[in-house]
Design a protein around this ligand. Structure first.
Ligand SMILES: [Zn+2]
Length: 371
């Protein structure tokens, strides 16, 4: 393979004056360099060290004025064109220079310190509030991208009327529907929460996780249903904890704010009230069998993984010969319909335990608590 032009010995610089002061100082630290030569045609860096002040100023304006990030700590990472490393390597092998820091770490060290003194924020390389990524292109142009650490909000909501949690794919499948009239009638819990949170904290995107599953016609009673929102690239990191927001027939509050997912409690218990219809008349033996499910472990397979969920408490009430209510406290994430009807290899399940095929008519969530 032919060497690129800049590595041919005839072109290779052998004069110290083809380098800028920073590149000279880095590669020949023991020599004395008389003046601070700002060589924008520097053989290695093509003058990017001379641009540092300008870049830092751009970063500061972007973060503080354009995007308005509120943050306490930062780091800066730089992507440099490969040829800069190649040239530096060939100079080092020519002069037999070893054990010297490379252009990237030297550049990062300077730019991080300059930004630190301008912004008066802390440098935190492992876990900063914001990461500033600087890309330098082959022709020494540059671009800056900022990404802040995700913020996790744990909240509870209550709803009185029936409302879907998510929009599902209704709009996609029904392109003729007028979006505005659709959303006003079918505003979901997620869009309502999303709208309120985005008034407090601007972010690129929100990702919701729901604790326990719920049907569109389920009611959420008690202290309310738990949810977790991940805010991606949040511009602010503050929100009022325990303030109740009310909108569109529902209310919610944020109960905890976490900077790291590991700190968010993920295990929870749910109390449900389930309305059941049986195919055979209900008798006393059925109830006796049902009590055997107290303190049992339910096992099921989902997406080729095996899950175990515990039943902590089970109670019942007969409504008539074919209808009953079951009150159940169990680990979150148990698929209630499948558990009642005995679908998808859930064992034990209610239909099997009763020897009576059951249908889940409806369930309400009475309470959800973190365990
Ligand atoms: Zn240079």
């Amino acid at each position: 393979m032919r060497k690129p032009n800049y590595l041919n010995s005839s072109n290779l610089f052998y004069s110290e004056y083809s380098l800028c002061y920073m590149c000279l100082k880095r590669n020949f630290p023991t020599r004395k360099h008389y003046s601070k030569i700002n060589n924008i045609n520097c053989f290695i860096c093509k003058g990017i060290f001379c641009k540092i002040d300008e870049i830092v100023q751009k970063m500061f304006e972007l973060i503080h004025f354009q995007e308005n990030y509120s943050y306490r700590s930062f780091t800066i990472g730089t992507t440099l064109p490969y040829y800069m490393f190649d040239i530096e390597d060939s100079i080092r092998s020519h002069y037999k220079l070893k054990g010297i820091e490379n252009i990237k770490s030297s550049f990062n060290f300077i730019i991080r310190n300059k930004f630190k003194s301008l912004s008066r924020k802390k440098l935190n390389i492992t876990n900063p509030d914001i990461k500033i990524n600087l890309f330098i292109s082959d022709n020494s142009d540059y671009s800056i991208k900022i990404l802040s650490r995700s913020l996790y909000l744990l909240g509870r909501y209550n709803k009185k009327k029936f409302m879907a949690q998510r929009e599902k794919n209704f709009l996609k499948n029904n392109p003729d529907i007028d979006y505005n009239s659709f959303t006003s009638k079918n505003q979901t819990i997620q869009t309502t929460i999303q709208k309120t949170i985005s008034n407090c904290i601007r972010s690129d995107r929100m990702v919701f996780s729901w604790y326990g599953s719920e049907d569109n016609n389920s009611q959420v009673l008690g202290k309310g249903r738990l949810f977790l929102v991940q805010l991606i690239n949040p511009r602010q990191r503050k929100i009022k904890i325990n303030k109740i927001f009310t909108d569109n027939g529902m209310s919610f509050k944020i109960i905890e704010k976490k900077d790291f997912l590991e700190n968010v409690k993920r295990n929870f218990r749910v109390k449900n009230k389930i309305f059941i219809k049986t195919s055979d008349p209900i008798n006393k033996i059925h109830f006796f069998n049902l009590m055997k499910l107290n303190n049992t472990i339910i096992r099921y397979r989902y997406k080729s993984k095996i899950f175990y969920k515990k039943i902590y408490n089970i109670g019942f009430k007969k409504l008539d010969a074919y209808h009953l209510i079951i009150n159940i406290e169990c680990d979150g994430g148990l698929f209630l319909r499948q558990f009642i009807e005995g679908r998808n290899f859930i064992k034990p399940n209610i239909s099997l335990t009763l020897h009576n095929q059951c249908e889940c008519l409806k369930f309400d969530i009475l309470d959800i608590s973190l365990s």
